[in-house]
Design a protein around this ligand. Structure first.
Ligand code: MN
Length: 225
């Protein structure tokens, strides 16, 4: 798993001044469950509608709902998800808010990292950066798979940009590259709940199928800074 490293959060992130928090244009909460960018059976058989019904419809929705509960009638109500993550990262009394907000963000980004016509080879600009920074597409793909499969417990494998450079990193549970100064390009949810209905006890098969059939390299390229 060379090229893979764990992202550690910076220690004491001070709470962001509330006046500095970006606010949504409308009064309604900007933190909502985003619509899936494809039909709920469009990723089958790799990710079935049944898996999505609980992974998106239950788990992801629960994180979003919990964020709403935690900020309602507080000074944080109306802040965007990204602002809530920044305002709660490393703040012990906001740990529950951080966990739910970051899980909500990570899951929304995960769905956008997948596409029914995904897989295949990355487009030219991203391919050139994979050549330069990660030993080429085949090695980067293998290292991303190894990062997702080898990660202990529940978490995420990410292709990120640190400054100009591509890296593969993992985060545990709710942790997110956003708080480590990294720009996420794509992610794979490596939690058991992401695969066990469709690939019981075959995590590696699931991850490889996601990479071969669903991962959206065009989305990753579009996220390049
Ligand atoms: Mn998940």
């Amino acid at each position: 798993m060379s090229h893979s490293r764990r992202v550690f959060l910076a220690g004491a992130t001070s709470a962001v001044a509330l006046s500095a928090l970006p606010r949504a244009a409308k009064a309604a909460s900007p933190v909502e469950l985003p619509k899936l960018p494809w039909a709920d059976d469009a990723l089958a058989p790799v990710i079935s509608a049944n898996t999505l019904s609980f992974h998106y419809g239950k788990h992801h929705k629960a994180y979003v709902d919990k964020v709403g509960d935690l900020v309602r009638d507080t000074e944080l109500e109306g802040a965007t998800l990204e602002a809530l993550i920044t305002a709660s990262a490393g703040v012990p009394e906001r740990r529950a808010l951080f966990n739910n907000a970051a899980q909500a963000w990570n899951h929304a980004f995960y769905w956008r990292s997948l596409h029914p016509k995904g897989g295949g080879k990355p487009p030219a600009r991203l391919a050139a950066l994979l050549d330069r920074d990660l030993g080429g597409f085949d090695k980067a793909r293998a290292d991303l798979a190894a990062a997702a499969v080898g990660h202990f417990g529940s978490g995420w494998a990410w292709l990120v940009q640190k400054g100009e450079t591509l890296q593969i990193v993992t985060t545990a549970n709710a942790d997110t590259p956003l708080t480590a100064g990294l720009k996420p390009l794509l992610t794979i949810d490596d939690g058991e709940h992401a695969n066990y209905l469709d690939y019981p006890n075959r995590r590696a098969d699931h991850v490889n199928a996601v990479l071969d059939k669903l991962i959206d390299w065009r989305f990753a390229e579009a996220n390049l800074g």
